[in-house]
Design a protein around this ligand. Structure first.
Ligand SMILES: Cc1ncc(COP(=O)(O)O)c(C=O)c1O
Length: 405
């Protein structure tokens, strides 16, 4: 294999989607609330809740919408302070700002996980909620986080945008906090172009989120618990909130749902292959003195579709040479903290009401690299990527030695 693999194309959508897409095109049945029951979006919600083992699921237009609705469902007042990691995608602090709340950032260590000491220090009486972003699917110490938050009665939202299929002590990520939010945007394990879903076991929370997502009038009757019933807890919760909440209209369309549903049975395979690919490339990268892939935490089983690693002993110039040489050889690497306007570098979130200084996170971002590694890649593809990265690191150091920088 001499050709660089294309890591941007997604897997084809399973053929089973075509028949349903055709039916939707023939009937025009695109709106989730037109059919009296079993609309594709409702079926997706039931299947996703079953897959994850949660009581309720609400499919929406994006993971950002799910995060926003989660904060709204928690009844956070204006200017409530929400603790989030300093390493995540800009959409996460944006969802906090969208909900009229204030993002408070905490430090993230060289292993891309929340610095628990710093988290604890910032988890003071002014914090009303926490969003744990499992950025690029790296799970922070959920035992420590849940113990700290439970002791203070602070609700935890899990941003599991990259964590579908990841487990912690065998439990699905997204089911550990009060609410879990997932993304179906194209660069995630399940691809619908756009889309998101939130899961919870809390009837009152989901009822509020359902109504605010746009279940106007009595459309909430089409939402069920995983057991299929819509009586008792859920129905009472809907009755309590009828006409009392704004409708933000963040619904998912049936077209997205029919593209997502046949991918759910593919999740286990994608997780297995993605993990094997990641670990295979990680072993090769770790042979370089200039590259290091941090270890996962012991209770975590990962579901990666990309690989992150740190540059060791390289300055900015060398880091940029490394990325340039890798790209010239067909492998795109982003060094989070080096590329201009990177949306994962917190100092670029200039919309934040309060801009923190996070020296540990900044130092990590300046050395942390990101390469896509979709589950569909072959062994030759993986070898090509690993070889190219190791050689690019060597070139960066050689160039520096040659020019004395
Ligand atoms: C960590 C993380 N959280 C949330 C989101 C938002 O997802 P969406 O694009 O579905 O709004 C993203 C998007 O890439 C993300 O990377």
């Amino acid at each position: 294999m001499t050709q660089a693999p294309n890591v941007y194309d997604a897997e084809p959508i399973p053929a089973a989607a075509r028949q349903e897409i055709e039916r939707l095109l023939q009937t025009g049945d695109l709106f989730r609330y037109t059919a009296p029951e079993n609309a594709p979006v409702a079926l997706l919600e039931a299947e996703f809740a079953e897959l994850l083992g949660s009581k309720y699921a609400l499919a929406v237009s994006s993971c950002s919408a799910a995060l926003f609705l989660s904060l709204k469902a928690l009844k956070l007042p204006r200017d409530a302070r929400v603790l989030i990691p300093g390493f995540t995608f800009a959409a996460v602090p944006s969802s906090v700002v969208h909900a009229d709340c204030i993002p408070v950032l905490c430090e993230v260590g060289e292993n891309y996980r929340i610095d628990i000491k710093d988290f604890e220090t910032r988890l003071d009486e002014n914090i009303s909620a926490v969003i744990i972003s499992h950025m690029r699917g790296h799970t922070s110490d959920m035992d420590a986080i849940m113990a700290l938050c439970n002791a203070r009665g602070i609700p935890v939202i899990e941003d599991a945008a990259h964590s579908l299929g990841t487990t912690w002590h065998g439990k699905n990520i997204g089911t550990i906090g009060k609410i879990g939010c997932f993304s179906f945007q194209s660069y995630k394990l399940v691809n619908a172009g756009e889309g998101g879903i939130l899961i919870t076991d809390d009837a009152d929370l989901v009822a509020r989120a359902v109504i605010m997502s746009g279940a106007y009038e009595h459309n909430w009757k089409k939402h069920k618990s995983r057991a299929g019933d819509n009586t008792s807890d859920l129905e009472k919760a809907f009755a309590r909130h009828q006409n009392k909440l704004p409708l933000y209209n963040l619904r998912m369309s049936n077209l997205s749902a029919v593209i997502i549903r046949p991918q759910l049975p593919e999740v286990a395979r994608r997780v297995r292959d993605g993990r094997a690919n990641h670990d295979y490339v990680a072993t090769q990268l770790n042979t370089s003195p200039w590259l290091s892939v941090p270890e996962k935490l012991a209770p975590e089983e990962r579901a990666p579709d990309s690989i992150q690693f740190n540059l060791i002993g390289m300055d900015s110039e060398e880091a940029n040479t490394f990325a340039r040489v890798a790209k010239e050889n067909g492998v795109s690497v982003q060094v989070f903290g080096q590329s201009t306007d990177n949306a994962r570098a917190y100092w670029n979130w200039q919309f934040l009401p309060e801009m923190p200084d996070l020296p540990r996170t900044r130092a990590m971002l300046e050395n942390a690299c990101d390469v896509r590694l979709p589950a569909r890649l072959s062994k030759d593809d993986l070898d090509y990527i690993a070889r190219t990265l190791v050689a690019a690191a060597e070139s960066a150091k050689e160039e520096a030695r040659a020019y004395g920088t």
